[in-house]
Design a binder for this molecule. Sequence first.
Ligand SMILES: *Cc1c(COP(=O)(O)O)cnc(C)c1O
Length: 418
Amino acid sequence: MNYFRYRNGLLHAEDVPVDLLAGEYGTPLYVYSARTLERHFNAYEKAFERFPHIICYAVKANSNSAILRLLGSLGSGADIVSGGELYRALRAGISPRKIVYAGVGKRDDEIEYALKKGILMFNIESAEEMVRIDEIAGTLGKKAPIALRINPDIDPETHPYISTGLRKHKFGIPIEEAVEYYRRARGLKNTRIIGVHKHIGSQITTITPFVDALERVLVLIDRLREEGIEIRYLDIGGGLGIRYSDESPPHPGQLARKISPLLRGRDLTVVLEPGRSIVGNAGIMVSRVLYLKEGEERTFVIADGGMNDLMRPTLYDAYHEIVPVRKRRRKKMTTDIVGPICESGDFLARGRVIESLSRGDLIAVLSAGAYGFSMASNYNSRPRAAEVMVRGDEHYLIRKREEYRDLVRGEEIPEFLR
Ligand SMILES: *Cc1c(COP(=O)(O)O)cnc(C)c1O
């Protein structure tokens, strides 16, 4: 069941008409459906209920505090990649015991912060990082709980920019060298080995890469056991895809069914790090058409939301379905839907066939909940959009639209220019 649907030709978010939201909060506007978030999270919970597990929502997909709080209240932990994300997760009430920390560039202050808060584990990405975390733990008189992020050299068959588990990528430790790394970790005085981690990429739409990667990692876990290194947490990462157009990605239940036989009888707590599959289809980006412009070769629809609000089309050439908020049964047009930013790469869609639009119409960019607002910027000095959460017939502002003064917050004029 889709919580973004038409009633009498008008797009609704749950029980709220989207044009009402645009009127009240302005555009561009992110709108999230609380019930969709709940359903997606619970689908993971249910899928893995027969195994000891922790679902650590990947904060970078959408880090709004209200979304974190909602997921946290359902029992979610957090997969973080920075000190800032740790701050957000803790502030949203997520227990540090359910927080895992990945990323190739953890700074000293970030490591210290995470150690002091007592997170579940660090997912280590390099030998130097492992040593550095051990040193910092030593100064704090703590033991650092770690997993090594294994790069299993599996092709997730997704966009190259969101693929992470191949030998050529900067992420993780080559699986051939993993045992050697674990031996080194065992020799570190302030480090406690508790897990193995992998995350091979994002927007993965078939099960096979997950199974292949998991098989490789389980062989590693057996090898480690022979060495006397016991692994308690198996972190299988995130990456499950969503439907943007005609993909049919596996449901978390299918993933669970396919990997259960591999996990059965093993005394492992499974950690999952879903991001996109929780929040992607729980959000839309609403924008207003400013102008239609007849170009030499094509018509441009110029909207008030662009790459500064939703970067995915520009960055990944990603496809997002775009629909009129009010259906008018006009004839179709073929158009580029672009934003106001001064870049030729600023587009939401190219060569798109859509019901004819005119100035003032509202459009909704679908599947925009993940890597949407979290990648938004102030480029061209555009205040970032407002965010709203809908639940039933209620709607709540969860992030104020930025104002001009927010743009210059923190900037200072040197003495000699005053
Ligand atoms: C980005 C990321 C995720 C989430 O990926 P999705 O495709 O959004 O599910 C999980 N784990 C790690 C380590 C990541 O970097």
